[in-house]
Design a protein around this ligand. Structure first.
Ligand SMILES: [Fe+2]
Length: 158
């Protein structure tokens, strides 16, 4: 671990950074999956969903950056190459042959749930380690991705 401006102990910083690295991996994987959906989507809801998926991707890219930089701030290294992500992500692979709009919505909604599960675990761990700043960062992402999940589910209903 490198020196850090954080007041947390080194073991605490290490544990939080480890969980942040896990969320970075999931987030990078999810980002690529959202883009695949954005590119391949076809169907009556294309006009609404194509830009919506892009909005999700842009917001997630920003969160991934913040997660990575929080881990580095805590004195850790971050790992995020495509090869590393492919080995470590908790998300299932995206069925890239999918075309139909509602299918993409369903697949992304499931993956948002998986991403959120990981974020909640990371938040609990950060809470246990007394890292309220990481808790705050993660809570912001959870709030936003729960909202994105609602957007997706709302377009499946009715
Ligand atoms: Fe695009």
């Amino acid at each position: 671990m490198y020196k850090s401006p954080s007041r947390l102990s080194e073991p605490a910083r290490q544990k939080v950074a480890e969980t942040l690295n896990a969320r970075l991996v999931d987030g990078l994987d999810l980002h690529s999956q959202i883009k695949v959906a954005h590119w391949n989507i076809k169907g009556p809801q294309f006009a609404a969903l194509h830009p919506l998926f892009e909005e999700f991707a842009v917001s997630l890219a920003n969160h991934n950056d913040n997660i990575a930089e929080r881990a580095v701030t805590l004195g850790a290294r971050v790992y995020g190459t495509v090869r590393h992500v492919a080995q470590k992500s908790r998300l299932p692979e995206y069925p890239q042959e999918t075309a139909r709009d509602v299918e993409h919505v369903k697949l992304l909604a499931e993956r948002f749930d998986t991403y959120l599960e990981g974020l909640r675990e990371s938040r609990s761990l950060s809470e246990e380690q007394g890292d309220t700043d990481s808790v705050d960062l993660i809570t912001g992402i959870i709030t936003e991705f729960e909202k994105h999940g609602w957007f997706l589910r709302a377009s499946l209903e009715g």
